[in-house]
Design a binder for this molecule. Structure first.
Ligand code: TXA
Ligand code: MG
Length: 372
């Protein structure tokens, strides 16, 4: 190649990289009493159309002005998110629901009483919501997060904040600011770090435009609690599916996309605890024989029953809350351990177990082994 052309290409490459790399400011914030100057600095970025990652009670979110199409497009670019996957709009005041939607059904009131909390409501979108935020749908997802930093940021920005989980598309959601940094440093303007998140799995998504209302994603608010309040509410089949469903017309585009994946191949083993242990050990031995480095995602009650290269416990099987809190963190830790295969224990589908199993089944790409 002629030297001057080569140089030209190099300069162009360099300029493109420089243009797309940003300096990411990382600010430690007090989760109980967020410092005003830090929230102001973050809100200034949001109002100018920039990107700020912030903690919520579920996972860290990547926020932008939900009503600014250009700002929302930056979220998709930073995450490599497929453009048809809509983004949840975060509010700090229930009144904002009536700006974002002109059709708020009666049962929405009962659910809004659970706010702030890990519950997202799908409603018909009003004309102020850009198609970038809804992924081109005629509905909008809305939630009020239960975290002082998130609420202060939304209030100070004086706009609703569109925020997906602050991870690269397809990776486990971030439950610490460090996870956000690993995925997005250099791609976003700021990370507000208020320590690990409380719940550890994302919000429960309920579609109130369908009759009866339908859970599109199980999450931090248990289905049992929803059913107590709504009586007539069902789970979308994909929520509990243990096989890949053909979802050409998925009501929630997120259902179609690859999700929550650690770098290693994940195999999920489901069944009674005794049978689980035997089956998992059998699989570990089989992969070890093939020269693979194997990790087991176990629980406190079972961890001592295994021989494997890496064994990590999610916590006690008696506490689904604890299992949920550790799930994404441990999936990321396995990446650092450089295992080739992760064999994960299934847990009962009750309470937060439903959300955990939904994430594990998807992370396995439905590579599920039934132990009996
Ligand atoms: O806890 C959470 O919900 C976190 C924190 C940051 O609030 N956010 C979060 O966002 O998990 P994201 O984008 O990772 O997941 C949002 C899910 C996606 O599966 C998306 O397809 C679905 O909600 N969703 C958003 N808007 C929708 C709509 N209008 N109709 C159907 N599904 C929708
Ligand atoms: Mg996500």
């Amino acid at each position: 190649m002629i030297p001057s052309i080569k140089l030209n290409i190099q300069i162009r490459k360099c300029l493109i990289e420089e243009h797309s790399m940003k300096q990411t400011a990382i600010l430690k914030v007090n989760g109980e009493k967020p410092e005003k100057d830090k929230i102001r600095a973050a809100a200034r970025i949001i109002r100018k159309g920039g990107l700020v990652a912030f903690p919520t009670e579920t996972v860290y979110g990547l926020g932008a002005d939900a009503l600014n199409p250009e700002a929302v497009r930056r979220i998709y670019a930073a995450k490599n998110r497929p453009p048809d996957n809509p983004i949840i709009v975060h509010i700090s005041n229930k009144k904002d629901v009536y700006r974002l939607s002109n059709e708020v059904p009666r049962n929405a009131d009962k659910l809004m009483n659970l706010w702030p909390g890990p519950l997202t409501l799908i409603l018909k979108a009003s004309s102020i919501v850009p198609k970038e935020t809804t992924g081109g749908l005629d509905t909008v997802a809305i939630r009020m997060p239960n975290h002082k930093v998130a609420l202060a940021l939304i209030q100070e920005s004086a706009v609703p904040i569109a925020a997906p989980s602050a991870n690269l598309a397809g990776r486990p959601s971030p439950t610490t600011a460090e996870h956000v940094r690993q995925d997005l440093e250099g791609r976003i303007d700021m990370i507000l770090d208020a320590g690990p998140t409380e719940i550890g799995v994302e919000s429960t998504v309920v579609d109130l435009t369908s009759k009866p209302p339908q859970v599109l994603r199980p999450g931090g608010l248990p289905f049992e609690e929803l059913r107590r309040i709504l009586k007539d509410v069902k789970l979308h089949p994909s929520v509990i599916a243990d096989k890949k469903l053909r979802l050409d017309r998925a009501p929630s585009p997120g259902m179609k996309h690859r999700h929550y994946s650690p770098k290693a191949q994940l195999i999920l083993v489901e069944g009674d605890v005794e049978a689980l242990i035997d089956k998992i050990q059998e699989l570990v031995d089989r992969y070890n024989e093939k020269g693979k480095r194997v990790g087991v995602l176990a629980t406190d009650e079972t961890r001592r029953s295994y021989r494997a290269d890496v064994i990590k416990s999610l916590g006690s099987r008696d506490s689904p809350t604890c299992l949920a809190k550790n799930l994404f963190k441990l999936l990321r830790e396995f990446d650092e351990e450089k295992v080739d295969v992760i064999i994960a224990e299934g847990v009962p589908l009750k309470h937060l177990g439903l959300a955990i199993m939904n994430r594990l089944r998807k992370a396995s790409g439905f590579n599920i082994v039934k132990a009996s």
